[in-house]
Design a protein around this ligand. Structure first.
Ligand SMILES: *Cc1c(COP(=O)(O)O)cnc(C)c1O
Length: 398
């Protein structure tokens, strides 16, 4: 490593709050599915900034759209209308099947908004202020207080309690565990259709079907957090479309702006007409012209460049190659996941393999201590999969 890169890392550790154990590289630029560090070393990227940069780096059309918007108008505040927000809203309504959208600055903030909308919906029904939310063990919804409150990982939650109250946890794919937590106060059931951070656990169709029926019967709102599994990653624009089970409220972020910080929570007209009204919720930056120009362009390019089709083509190949690795090595217990959101479960911590992969020019990330997570840019090819597998195989062997 060059002295220059070493110095930047040292300076980073003196200035930035140490909330991450960072990998020892300074990334400098990107091209397609490749990243380069300050020393010019090239890496194949199977992380995409954690499921963000779906279109690949240095995408000309995307960059040009952002540059044009920067020269026009970056910010207005939500007290005025702006054209990119209208265009982005129309497009996201179309691809999500939802009716109303509120743009946020992050995934966590989208989850906060979803929780507020659900509580307000219940409040308007009965005037009570003691409603409960059922969330899942191993879930991840973000680091702000509301999102953290519904995150099913005690390690993330405990030091910051008390969080927002009245949250109960159940097990994904165990309908009875959900049912046993339902009371007259339950206003929402919230989950990721495919759990990401918590270990790449897909929900079963049967489980989601039963949740939908339960929610319909008791007028409980079903909230899907599609921040990671949405935006094409499962081979469908949103994962619920794969299952055919539609939520009442949905959150999205990560790949939505492909790097420009933007998220959204969306809802059906039923919830839209009976929840948040003027004065209930807001954001200074959320959905500003620059962020929405990014969303608009990303959604355009998804269509124009047939991104979903590429996921459907490459994902089965990635799955097959990962299965082969799992068969080959005893230390790999299982492959799981859907589409280009995959995990290899090891019988030991994976940090050694991930570090070795980086030395060998491959960027990977974990999901928990013993799972390697694969969330590459959605433009990867089967050749990129082969390149990745060759490096990973070598690193496991060593
Ligand atoms: C990443 C993530 C979040 C939080 O998004 P941020 O933009 O980091 O706040 C919420 N939910 C899920 C499922 C995520 O993967």
């Amino acid at each position: 490593m060059s002295e220059m890169m070493k110095n930047y890392i040292a300076e980073a550790e003196e200035a930035l709050l140490h909330t991450y154990n960072r990998y020892q590289i300074v990334l400098d630029r990107g091209e397609g599915v490749w990243l380069y560090d300050m020393d010019g070393k090239k890496y194949l990227d199977f992380v995409a900034g954690i499921a963000v940069f779906a279109l690949g780096y240095h995408n000309r059309e995307y960059n040009d759209a952002l540059k044009a918007q920067i020269d026009k108008l970056i910010h207005t505040s939500n007290y005025y209308y702006n054209v990119p927000a209208v265009e982005a809203a129309k497009k996201i309504k179309k691809v999500s099947g939802m009716d109303r959208v509120f743009f946020t600055n992050s995934g966590a903030e989208a989850c906060e908004g979803a929780i507020k909308a659900a509580r307000k919906y219940a409040y308007l029904k009965d005037g009570h202020t003691d409603h409960e939310i059922i969330a899942m063990n191993h879930s991840f919804h973000g680091r702000t207080m509301g999102a953290l409150a519904v995150t099913g990982n005690p390690k993330y939650r405990e030091p910051f309690e008390p969080l927002i109250g009245n949250v109960k946890f159940a097990d994904l794919n165990d309908f009875d565990s959900v049912l046993s937590q339902v009371t007259d106060k339950t206003c929402a059931i919230m989950l990721e259709p495919v759990q990401g951070e918590g270990g790449l656990f897909p929900a079963t169709e049967e489980f989601l079907k039963k949740l939908r029926a339960l929610c319909d019967e008791r007028d409980i709102l079903l909230i899907f957090d599609e921040v990671q599994c949405g935006m094409g990653r499962t081979g469908y624009m949103y994962a619920w479309q794969r299952y055919g089970i539609k939520p009442d409220i949905m959150t999205t972020a990560k790949a939505l702006g492909c790097g420009v910080p933007v998220g959204a929570f969306l809802m059906t007209e039923k919830v839209g007409l009976h929840s948040l009204v003027a004065g209930d919720h807001g954001t200074t930056y959320g959905g500003n012209p620059l962020a929405c120009a990014a969303v608009e362009k990303v959604l355009d390019l998804f269509e124009k460049d047939h991104i979903i089709e590429n996921v459907r083509k490459v994902a089965p190949y990635l799955e097959k190659r990962l299965e082969e690795l799992a068969d080959k090595y005893d230390c790999i217990l299982e492959r799981r996941g859907i589409g280009l959101m995959q995990g290899l479960v090891f019988d030991r911590p994976v940090s050694g393999i991930i570090n070795k992969a980086m030395e060998n020019g491959l960027i990977l990330i974990s999901a928990g201590p013993d799972i390697i997570r694969f969330v590459p840019p959605l433009v990867i090819t089967t050749e990129n999969v082969d390149e990745m597998i060759a490096i990973l195989d070598k690193c496991i062997r060593e």
